[in-house]
Design a binder for this molecule. Structure first.
Ligand SMILES: [Zn+2]
Length: 137
């Protein structure tokens, strides 16, 4: 989107993968969202400039029924690893992310931007996300 810059910012996906490989995610982590069964739903890191705060959605797999119900053939062709139900993870600067979807086998809910920003600014470390309707149980 920006033009005229001489330096290209590092690829957030590559940076995240490198930190994961070298065991350094923890030292950059601001907040992690998990489901009650401990799947990681979303990870937020605070990285050196120019990346700054980045949001990572891990790869996930859906059951065939849920997968067919919640995605289109085009979406599956473009965003899965196997053309079916193994969805690719991604990493992007916070500013480029809007209302990310939190998805695992147990939970599928959008994360409101104001909730994400509140968790980031309060450095809550971990947020557990319950499936809709289960919160009051
Ligand atoms: Zn889960």
């Amino acid at each position: 989107m920006s033009t005229g810059g001489a330096t290209r910012p590092p690829d957030p996906d590559a940076v995240y993968a490198a930190l994961k490989t070298t065991g350094q995610l923890k030292s950059h982590r601001v907040v992690t969202y998990r489901c009650p069964q401990r799947c990681m739903l979303l990870d937020v890191l605070n990285l050196p400039d120019p990346l700054g705060v980045v949001v990572h959605i891990p790869r996930y797999r859906l059951s065939p029924g849920l997968n067919a119900q919640t995605s289109s053939a085009d979406g599956r062709a473009n965003n899965t690893e196997d053309g079916d139900n193994h969805w690719q993870g991604w990493t992007a600067p916070r500013a480029q992310v809007s209302r990310p979807e939190l998805t695992c086998k147990h939970v599928m809910v959008p994360l409101e931007d104001e909730d994400l920003d509140a968790a980031i600014s309060s450095r809550r470390a971990e947020v557990v996300v319950y499936p809709p309707g289960a919160q009051s149980a």
